[in-house]
Write a protein of this length. Structure first.
Length: 258
């Protein structure tokens, strides 16, 4: 009986060791609800950035866990180690590059004005004087509103996320919201919940997306992802066509960095 028990215990320990060997290290990815980049469908996260993250993690032998964060606190979250990466359609800016390690750009983007269809003629000349304008707090969209002359005479209010901005315009509690082109092309179309809205492109508002890591990730002892490994994985997905395949799934192929 003792021999049988010993054999059972040894087998259990062996199985536990083997399971541990097969387990991948988990990385925490900071995101917001930001379709078509990251959004929930049937209780699971999906979207371009979600799929992109998973493919990069496969290359690096990691497992992604997605965590919704306050977008205005992303720098603090990643540098404190609460999350391992910011991966959510994040615009590359000089200020962010000083505060975080940022990957090579992989997608072009623009900022667009979203208005109700009935107001398109009123705002297509980009005269926004007196308009009630909303945008996501802590985003480059908000930075544009605070710095560009076009918004000098508007009534501005910050909201928690870009989708909230669309809902505000739809509900007529705001006249205009500034959102990413990537979000607009996927959500504002015939048959969608936002078919009564339209977007106006602004030639000056162009940008590129990147992934952010803790500052000094290449030299930080214990970093789960380094900037070099991240960039190498992104390049691999660009070269083998996998990134293009993911982009086509969300109608974003024309925006990929060539």
């Amino acid at each position: 009986m003792k021999k049988i028990l010993a054999i059972v215990l040894v087998c259990a320990m062996f199985a536990a060791v083997m399971a541990g060997c097969g387990a991948k290290e988990k990385v925490i990815i900071g995101i917001t609800d930001n379709p078509p980049m990251n959004y929930q469908e049937n209780g699971k996260w999906t979207g371009f950035e979600t799929d992109f993250t998973i493919e990069v993690c496969k290359i690096l032998g990691l497992e992604a866990e997605f965590l919704v964060i306050d977008w205005g606190s992303k720098e603090m979250e990643v540098n404190s180690g609460t999350i391992d990466a910011v991966w959510n359609g994040m615009t590359i800016t000089p200020q962010r590059a000083e505060e975080m390690d940022i990957s090579i750009p992989y997608m072009n983007n623009g900022q667009v004005l979203v208005v109700r269809n009935s107001d398109e003629d009123k705002y297509k000349g980009l005269d926004l004087a007196g308009a009630n304008v909303v945008a996501e707090i802590g985003s480059t969209l908000e930075e544009t509103i605070k710095s560009h002359a076009m918004f000098a005479n508007v009534n501005y209010t910050g909201v928690d996320k870009q989708i909230t901005g669309l809902l505000e315009v739809k509900a007529m509690t705001a006249d205009v919201t500034l959102v990413d082109l990537t979000l607009a092309v996927e959500t504002i179309k015939p048959g969608s919940d936002y078919a009564d809205l339209t977007y106006i492109e602004v030639p000056d508002f162009v940008e590129q997306f990147g992934v952010a890591l803790r500052k000094g990730s290449d030299s930080f002892d214990g970093a789960k992802i380094t900037l070099k490994d991240l960039n190498d994985a992104i390049k691999k997905l660009q070269d083998n066509g996998k990134l293009l395949e993911i982009a086509k799934k969300y109608n974003l192929e024309d925006l990929l960095v060539k």
